[in-house]
Each structure stands twice: as structure tokens, then as C-alpha cells.
Design a protein around this ligand. Structure first.
Ligand SMILES: *[C@@H]1O[C@H](CO)[C@@H](O)[C@H](O)[C@H]1NC(C)=O
Ligand SMILES: *[C@@H]1O[C@H](CO)[C@@H](O)[C@H](O)[C@H]1NC(C)=O
Ligand SMILES: *[C@@H]1O[C@H](CO)[C@@H](O)[C@H](O)[C@H]1NC(C)=O
Length: 385
């Protein structure tokens, strides 16, 4: 090789490679984006404004410079310092992270090595999340404990709403248990995942005293009853609820700010709508605006109308009637998150013609089939064909 070329290379190669290095770093800085599916607004307890993930930015912490799997090197533009943030996606609607303090710049790996096992774990919940089906559906009865003993009597109850992402919890006050109170809370399920042997649920709890996301977001650990003795007692699930809008301090389904034991409701499953009615799966009102359809082995009736209104009705008890072609039924209804009891009297007029009278709704099953909730002589008939 020509001597001049050799001189050229020895002089300029280091410079060239240095330039190359810079472009690589520059490129890395530009291509560190958070996963697109994380984009949007997030809530974190104690943080006043929503956290926004947008491209390379994690609003409260700065801009991503480098990443490796779930580890992100983030620069805080304001304070000109760097931190490692390790983010775990628990569910599309829940991110949990640990982070270092703000340090002078070093590599991602050495910065991340400052995170210790006992570092605080923060939870972020998606704002405006699309709800998910709740992992347990009512109806259940339950006992609960807010730290002053188990409130067993009167027993509280969970009702399924027609939307499977919502549950209605009706807490009862136990005279012998301090801190028990009679309230109704609606739980909207937003995320459920499994971690080791623990199952987690994140939801929003709606009740009169909940006015902010800080009051509404709650984390739950739950487990399905496992032992035989629990099964004999009718126990289906144990649930522990967090006392604040985090998942901190929740390790098992038996310790939490509030614990709940869900039991099966004594089964109404032997109650069936009569076969001359349920044998035809669908009935319509004469103007076709209302549809009655039977499901679940003739034990459940769905009433829908043309504006999308839907009511689910479960047969609870057959009442004696004197006439052969009629059936009087005590039923449990659910509409949205409302539920209660009502009485229905079906009368068969012909194979394909039935008339129904529906009583007023009440919370007490023993009232439903008696006046003033049900009075045969002043309830209008609906004809079904
Ligand atoms: C539901 O009713 C129909 C009509 O009587 C009957 O054929 C069917 O066996 C019933 N199903 C159950 C599970 O009872
Ligand atoms: C459907 O039922 C709801 C609730 O009873 C009622 O408000 C609505 O007017 C009904 N729509 C039609 C088309 O009947
Ligand atoms: C049922 O309604 C009829 C007519 O409105 C009334 O005369 C009667 O007293 C009512 N029965 C009961 C038990 O309330």
C-alpha cells in the first residue's frame, strides 16, 4: 500500500470511528420508545397529575435514552440526571415499576444494578381503561372484616350486574362489630392477573364517599377456596382489598385493609319456569317491542326491548296456584347493577299464547308475591306470542 494512504488511515480512522460511535449513540437516543401499547394516561397514587406515556416520554420522569427488555434509562431533562426504571406489564391496564434515584450518567446496566430487591414497587393504573370481566360473578353472600372482627350477621351480599365487568356489593352493619357499616359499593373490574400462586384484581370502587381516583382505584388479591372443609362450608373465594390506590402490602387473600369471604348463595337451581312456557325459547309481545327468552336449563329468563334495555330474571320459587295452566313465580331480577325480587304470574291461553303479569320490585323476597307489590286484580297483562 502507498505510504500516503497508510498515513491517511492511521490519522483518520480513529476520528472516523469516533464519529461512527457518536451516530450510534445518537441513534440509540432517538429509537428508545416505550411500547406503543403503553401509550396513554396513567394514574399513580400520590401523583397529582396523570402520568402520560407518549413515544419516548414518560411524563413525570423524562425521556427514554436506552432500553433493554423491561429496563429503561430515562433522562430527567429538568434536573439533568439519569435513572433506571424497570417496568413490568401486569396487564394491559396495569404497569408496576421500580426505579433508582437520579444519578449522573452511566450505562443502563450499571445504573439498573442500583435497584435492590426491597426497592418500593409503584403501581400505575390506566385512566379510562376498558373494563374486563370480573373473575368472580355474583350472586354470593359474604362476610367481611375491616380489622375489628368478622361481620357475619346479618350476612352481606354480592350481586352480578348485567355487565360482566361490574359487581354490586351490599355491605351490612353487624351490631357486634365495630367499624362495620351498611353501604352499597359497585366494583368495576379493570385488570386481573396471576403472579406466582397469587391472583390479583384491580378495579374501581364506586360509592357515595369515593370522589377521586385516589378513593376509587383498589387492588385485590383473591383465591379460590381449595380445601374440602371450605367447600363444605360453601366458601367459594377469599378476597383481600387494599386500603389505598396501590397494590402495596397485599400478599395473600387473608390479610388486607379489608378481607371478604364469598360463599355460594343457597342454590335456587331446582326452580324452573314451566315447560309449557320455557319449551318455546322465545316469546314476543304483540308489537314485537319486548322479547322474553329462556336460558340455562329453563331457570333464567332474559327480557329485552327494542331500545336495548335488558333484564335478567332467575326463578327462585314456584308459588302454589289453583289453576292448572298458570304459574306464579317468585323471581330474582338484575338490571344493570340493580337487583331485587319480583313476582310473575304466567297464564297459558293457548299453545302459542301466554299472558303475564309482573309485580313491583322489592329488595325483600318475602314481600314480592304479596300486596302491595303483587295484586293480581290491578296489574296489567302483557300478551306474549
Ligand atoms: C326445558 O324445557 C323444555 C321444554 O319442556 C324441556 O324439553 C327441557 O328438557 C328443559 N330443560 C331442562 C334442562 O330442564
Ligand atoms: C324499554 O324499557 C325501558 C325501561 O323500562 C323503557 O324506559 C323504554 O322506554 C323501553 N323501550 C321501548 C322501545 O319499549
Ligand atoms: C287489590 O287491588 C284491588 C283493586 O285496586 C283492591 O280493591 C284490593 O283491595 C287490593 N287487594 C289488596 C290485598 O291490597
Amino acid at each position: 500500500m502507498d505510504v500516503r494512504w497508510t498515513a491517511f488511515f492511521t490519522t483518520f480512522m480513529p476520528l472516523l470511528s469516533c464519529f461512527f460511535d457518536i451516530t450510534v449513540t445518537y441513534k440509540q437516543e432517538r429509537v428508545c420508545y416505550f411500547p406503543e401499547r403503553w401509550e396513554g394516561e396513567w394514574f399513580q397514587s400520590g401523583v397529582r397529575q396523570s402520568i402520560v406515556i407518549d413515544g419516548p416520554r414518560l411524563s413525570s420522569k423524562g425521556r427514554c435514552l436506552d432500553s433493554d427488555g423491561d429496563k429503561f434509562l430515562v433522562v430527567d431533562d429538568k434536573r439533568a440526571c439519569y435513572r433506571c426504571v424497570v417496568i413490568h406489564e401486569k396487564h394491559a391496564n396495569v404497569l408496576q415499576y421500580k426505579e433508582t434515584f437520579c444519578h449522573p450518567r452511566t450505562s443502563l446496566a450499571s445504573l439498573c444494578s442500583f435497584i435492590t430487591g426491597d426497592a418500593l414497587l409503584y403501581s400505575m393504573f390506566r385512566v379510562g381503561a376498558i373494563p374486563v370481566p370480573c373473575p368472580f360473578r355474583g350472586p354470593f353472600v359474604f362476610t367481611y372484616n375491616r380489622g375489628h372482627g368478622e361481620c357475619r350477621s346479618p350476612v352481606s351480599s354480592v350481586d352480578a350486574c348485567t355487565e360482566e365487568s361490574r359487581l354490586l356489593l351490599s355491605y351490612q352493619a353487624c351490631p357486634d362489630v365495630h367499624g362495620s357499616e351498611s353501604t352499597v359499593e359497585e366494583l368495576q373490574c379493570l385488570a386481573a392477573w396471576k403472579e406466582g400462586s397469587a391472583r390479583y384484581l384491580v378495579g374501581k370502587v364506586h360509592h357515595n364517599h369515593a370522589t377521586s381516583n385516589e378513593d376509587r382505584f383498589r387492588c385485590f388479591v383473591y383465591e379460590k377456596a381449595s380445601t374440602k372443609s371450605e367447600a363444605i362450608d360453601g366458601i367459594e373465594f377469599r378476597v383481600a382489598q387494599s386500603g389505598d390506590a396501590t397494590c402495596n402490602g397485599l400478599f395473600s387473600a387473608t390479610e388486607g385493609s379489608r378481607t371478604i369471604t364469598l360463599k355460594r348463595v343457597p342454590s335456587p337451581s331446582d326452580c324452573r319456569f314451566p315447560s309449557w312456557l320455557a319449551g318455546l325459547n322465545h316469546w314476543h309481545s304483540l308489537d314485537y317491542s319486548i322479547t322474553y327468552s329462556f336460558h340455562h336449563r329453563n331457570s333464567t329468563l332474559k327480557i329485552t326491548n327494542s331500545s336495548g334495555f335488558e333484564m335478567r330474571i332467575v326463578c327462585t320459587q314456584i308459588k302454589p296456584t289453583t289453576r292448572e295452566n298458570s304459574a306464579m313465580l317468585l323471581t330474582h331480577f338484575t338490571r344493570g347493577c340493580e337487583s331485587g325480587f319480583m313476582c310473575m304470574l304466567f297464564q297459558r291461553r293457548d299453545i302459542y299464547v301466554v299472558e303475564v303479569q309482573v309485580g313491583a320490585q322489592t329488595k325483600r323476597s318475602e314481600d314480592a308475591c304479596a300486596a302491595p307489590y303483587f295484586n293480581k286484580s290491578n296489574i296489567p297483562y302483557t300478551t306474549l306470542v
